[in-house]
Design a protein around this ligand. Sequence first.
Ligand SMILES: *Cc1c(COP(=O)(O)O)cnc(C)c1O
Length: 355
Amino acid sequence: MEYEGVISRYRQWMDLPGSMPVISLQEGNTPLIPVPRLAGELGGGFDLWVKFEGMNPTGSFKDRGMTVAISEAASRSVRAVICASTGNTAASAAAYAARAGMRALVIIPEGKVAAGKLAGAVAYGAEVVQIEGSFDDALSLVVALSEKYPIALVNSLNPYRLEGQKTAAFEICDRLGSAPDWLCLPVGNAGNITSYWMGFRQYDARRGSGLPQILGVQAAGSAPLVLGHPVDRPETVATAIRIGRPARGEQALQAAEESRGRIIAVSDEEILSMQRRLAQNGVWVEPASAAGLAGLAHEIQAGRFDPNGRRIVAVCTGHGLKDPEIIAKSMPKPRVMPATQSALEEVCLRAAGGD
Ligand SMILES: *Cc1c(COP(=O)(O)O)cnc(C)c1O
């Protein structure tokens, strides 16, 4: 049967309105890529996969939830949707709203959204407003506005977002035949960790697929769940998790505790270094997406995590193309050479190992 997106594939596992049009871009069904060389570099003796959510239609996992949130809004004949965003929610809301013939209004923190995300939101035709404030300010504002006007909130406070996002847990269990031993993922507003935990528990209750332990990872400059209090001025290169007051923070802590996992923080250097290592394995992700694996590496190195014999899945939440500027900053620029064979022959020799 042809693949038609997460709603048609997992509808019977979702709590949805009785009748609802399906607004889909065939999101989900993303690759689960084995990365044995990376596992070896981290000490070896375990199986490691990357769930590459950057392969969704707008380049992040947000599409799994957005298809459901927008479909539900369409079932109520809503004409417009609103969200606060660090970028990926904006691009996703804009695309699915366009697909549904709705207007999208997205509120972003000024100067803190990666170029590829902002371009997406604009290309899909959203009305984009930058505010002189943080993501957390933007979220409070859109919550208040959505209560006052007939405009649907599509942040992950919207429970239909979680209904869609939990399908990633189903896909992992379907592929591996059961839940992995550990799941590592970045944590920002904490909708995704909450969704995965919902999904794994639901599958386990009906299918006996087992439960993973969850390692949630925040950026050190933006780690309210590790510090135990909100962060007023969160800072990190991983802009998708630059959030000081996670809307689902309580549920994230609960997921970590119930799964006998934990939430930790890693530095921006660790995040960028893992972004490079992943790219060396052919998987280019945006910085935030490398945080889960950076956390795993951090824990193994500190001797707090024995991976031996485990099956570990790291969720890579968004595509590297979203944030090209970070590469321009952290990697050397391509050289310019004369357009002659003799000039290029020297380069060929070196590449071929002749040196
Ligand atoms: C949204 C997002 C996150 C954080 O997910 P939460 O549900 O907010 O915790 C991480 N990485 C990327 C690429 C994202 O777009």
